[in-house]
Design a protein around this ligand. Structure first.
Ligand code: ATP
Length: 329
């Protein structure tokens, strides 16, 4: 393995910020504690490398952000939000990439993350074309459980898509990329809706929507940029179920503008043979009025109305993370 990120300079000694873990030993870390290996992926503001902890031999995915790039692009808030959200989710045993620690040197910020060995859900969908119904149902169920935990903590992801859903070494799902997440005020959590948002974050998301490829999963209310609600993630959830079963996202067009138009006009169709229960659930999630989406009225920490939908018949909600996922086909 070679030191790929331009041989990090570890002086002066960086300050490590360990996530709240009992098992993680909060020593001061530097890039020299890891052997950097292959490039795993690239985001708009970061590069992700496979890295091995020289002490434990454990593999991690280390996200490296160039400070100058972050400052130039005014992304400090983005980095902070990702760190805050991942720290809040650290104690949740399943469903999320884990942030073990962060550190920095003069030029870069480092996020030491659990390595999701089996990569993006998107690649798996694209490899097989579309999922068998039992596979789609299983991953939709894991995604719903993760959304329940995340929303209960007051985090709205706002950029859920099959690229941001990773699969670990046992093929269980992990949500990643919390840079555009909204962390709600504790008093807003019960209603699941937030109407106040700092300008920087709002502008940043608008910019991001116009920068990032095709925003096929964005909800109408996020497009209007008028409020933050956990039901925006439920809209994306509907798009992802549709895509797992049909192979493509529901709203497709040649340009971003046309995709936006289609979303706002709810212009999408189900391919022939799309299973009836799945169609019914997707139709109940893809509702223009966010307050009328299935799950919007659910109180407490579980989306009972969604769990009880016939699409999920037979799902063992209590043991799903312990099950062996069905083979993707
Ligand atoms: P952005 O929207 O900010 O550009 P991104 O998700 O594209 O976000 P990164 O978070 O930097 O950017 O991740 C880039 C890619 O690296 C991801 O798409 C994913 O394929 C891969 N990746 C990120 N984190 C992990 C991880 N913990 N384990 C495995 N692969 C990861």
């Amino acid at each position: 393995m070679q030191a790929t990120p331009a041989t990090p300079v570890p002086t002066p000694a960086p300050t490590a910020s360990p996530a709240p873990s009992q098992s993680f030993k909060p020593t001061k870390r530097t890039a020299k504690d890891y052997i950097f290996g292959k490039l795993i992926g690239e985001g708009m503001f970061s590069t992700v490398f496979l890295a091995k902890d020289i002490h434990s031999g454990k593999e991690y995915a280390i996200k490296v952000c160039e400070k100058i790039h972050i400052i130039r692009k005014k992304k400090r808030e983005y980095i902070k939000r990702e760190k805050d959200a991942l720290n809040m989710l650290f104690s949740v045993p399943h469903g999320f990439v884990k942030l073990y620690c962060t550190f920095q040197d003069d030029e870069r910020l480092y996020f030491v993350l659990s390595y999701a060995k089996n990569g993006e859900l998107l690649n798996h969908i694209n490899t097989v074309g579309s999922f068998e119904l039992n596979v789609a149902k299983f991953y939709a169920a894991e995604l719903l459980l993760a959304l329940e935990k995340m929303h209960a903590k007051g985090i709205i992801h706002r950029d859920l898509k099959p690229e941001n859903i990773l699969l670990d070494e046992n093929m269980h799902l992990q949500i990643a990329d919390f840079g555009t997440a909204k962390i709600m005020d504790p008093k807003e959590i019960k209603s699941g809706v937030s109407i106040q948002e700092e300008d920087e974050s709002r502008n940043e998301r608008s910019r991001k929507i116009s920068f990032v490829g095709t925003p096929q999963y964005v909800s109408p209310e996020l497009l209007h940029n008028c409020l933050d609600t956990r039901t925006s993630d439920l809209w994306a959830f509907g798009c992802i179920i549709y895509q797992m079963i049909s192979g493509l996202p529901p709203f497709r067009a040649a340009t971003e503008f046309l995709i936006f138009q289609k979303i706002l006009k709810m212009e999408y169709e189900f391919p022939e043979g799309f299973p009836a229960d799945a169609k019914d659930l997707v139709e109940k999630l893809l509702v223009l009025d966010h307050s009328k989406r299935i799950g919007a009225d659910d109180q407490g920490e579980t989306y009972e109305s969604i769990r009880n939908h016939p699409f999920f018949a037979g799902i063992d909600w209590d043991n799903i993370w312990e099950q062996t996922p069905p083979t993707i086909s």
